[in-house]
Ligand binder design. Structure first.
Ligand SMILES: [Zn+2]
Length: 423
């Protein structure tokens, strides 16, 4: 293999010419001078259409490339502008990088893959980039990948959900496909206009094909769904219904804990400390409890019967959806009605309120039960979405959070560079 060919392979620029390679010892970086092949037509960087020469642009430009061993590497090339009929003067398209990017495609793809598969610190340290840069990269990789194919084709049963980030001050609206468990769409905001934009994109014909829409009972979703999906029934999202119960339980736990330390601002006592530690035991699926957590739960049963009753109520509601998941919808509906009766009489205010709320949404919950929308696939997407929100903290831009979510849960994650199939 000729020397220049080896460099092409090493740098991943098979569609370009390597003019020369040197080491910039000041910046401690390997610089490879490249140019598009002779005869490659000049194209607009934004739309890829052929266009006429405009000017030299800002001269030479660098793109961070994959490291070569321990050494950072960059590609350097001219970046002239063409005069696009649609976009006006625009920097030309280069085969090795996305438009407007300071990193090569391979670098972008590796960062995106790592952001999906490893931790925040691992990506930033391994690739020697700031977390904010990771945000910019996942945004453009996901935007690029979403141009290919039609992710909204064949949608029948969807879930519309809101994600809060920035400590609950900002929101993103998400649409999940109940049948594939994939995230299909997400956008910043939580209002009628945002949900409306999804249905605009889906179009009236495909909206008419939607049979079920699950949501958390918010009116801003329900109104738009009623308008746009003439053939859909609305269902409650079991994930949210169980979350309501978990919130009610937490309210009871806080009250009991406050009493144990003698009111707000009181000192921590043995009992209040033990209650604080019991938090996880109360939240977890009883089948997943460790021995120590089981012991804590037994202790609660003996010492704080009211809190234990609240816990049993939360579990009872979860059980309703487990029955539905096991294909026992009739039994699940019976269990739901018994649960409502039980919660109404329980004399724990948080759960009496919850019972009222459940009654208000009873029909939508029944739809979810009968159509088995309490699907494990969607539950896991919901849980993962919330983990991603935590990971995306520090991105400063909702599009980066959306990009990461679409890569991880929308099936848009690119393969590792130079590997067509996941190994
Ligand atoms: Zn253009």
């Amino acid at each position: 293999m000729r020397f220049a060919r080896i460099w092409q392979r090493l740098l991943g620029v098979e569609r370009a010419v390597v003019e020369g390679v040197e080491f910039d010892s000041e910046a401690e970086v390997l610089v490879a001078r490249v140019r598009p092949r002779k005869g490659a037509s000049r194209r607009c960087g934004r739309c890829g259409r052929r266009a006429s020469w405009y000017d030299r642009g800002e001269g030479r430009r660098r793109w961070r490339s994959l490291d070569l061993g321990p050494v950072k590497a960059v590609l350097e090339a001219d970046a002239p502008r063409v005069n696009c009929r649609e976009h006006g003067p625009t920097v030309i398209a280069v085969p090795w990088a996305r438009h407007g990017a300071g990193h090569t495609r391979m670098f972008d793809d590796l960062v995106a893959w790592l952001a999906v598969h490893t931790s925040r610190t691992a990506v930033a340290q391994l690739m020697r980039v700031a977390w904010r840069t990771v945000g910019a990269i996942v945004t453009r990789v996901s935007r690029d990948a979403s141009q290919v194919g039609d992710r909204l084709a064949g949608l029948r049963r969807i879930g519309i959900d809101e994600l809060s980030y920035k400590k609950g001050h900002r929101y993103v609206t998400c649409v999940v496909d109940h049948d594939t468990g994939r995230l299909v769409w997400a956008a910043p905001g939580r209002d009628k206009a945002t949900v409306g934009r999804f249905f605009d994109l889906l179009g009236p014909e495909r909206s008419a094909m939607i049979t079920h829409v699950s949501a958390d009972g918010a009116e801003w979703i329900a109104d738009v769904v009623d308008q746009r999906c003439p053939n859909a029934v609305r269902a409650a999202d079991p994930f949210h219904v169980v979350a309501w119960a978990t919130d009610a339980l937490d309210q009871v736990r806080r009250d009991v804990w406050n009493t144990a330390r003698g009111g707000r601002g009181g000192r921590a006592t043995e009992a209040s400390k033990a209650l604080k530690n019991a938090r996880w035991a109360l939240w977890k699926d009883p089948d997943d409890l460790s021995q120590a957590q089981q012991a804590r739960l037994d202790w609660i049963a003996r010492t704080h019967p009211r809190l234990h009753r609240a816990w049993a109520l939360k579990e009872g509601l979860r059980w309703v959806f487990q029955l539905s998941r096991q294909g026992l919808p009739r039994l699940a509906v019976t269990a739901l009605d018994r649960w409502i009766g039980w919660a109404r009489r329980c004399r724990i205010p948080a759960f009496v309120d919850l019972a009222r709320r459940i009654v208000r949404h009873r029909n939508a919950i029944e739809v979810a039960i009968e159509h088995r929308l309490s699907n494990a696939l969607v539950e896991s997407v919901n849980t993962k979405l919330r983990l991603i929100t935590r990971m995306a903290f520090g991105f400063h831009d909702p599009h980066a959070l959306i990009g990461l979510a679409m890569l991880a849960l929308g099936g848009l994650c690119p393969p590792l560079p130079a590997r067509t199939r996941p190994a």
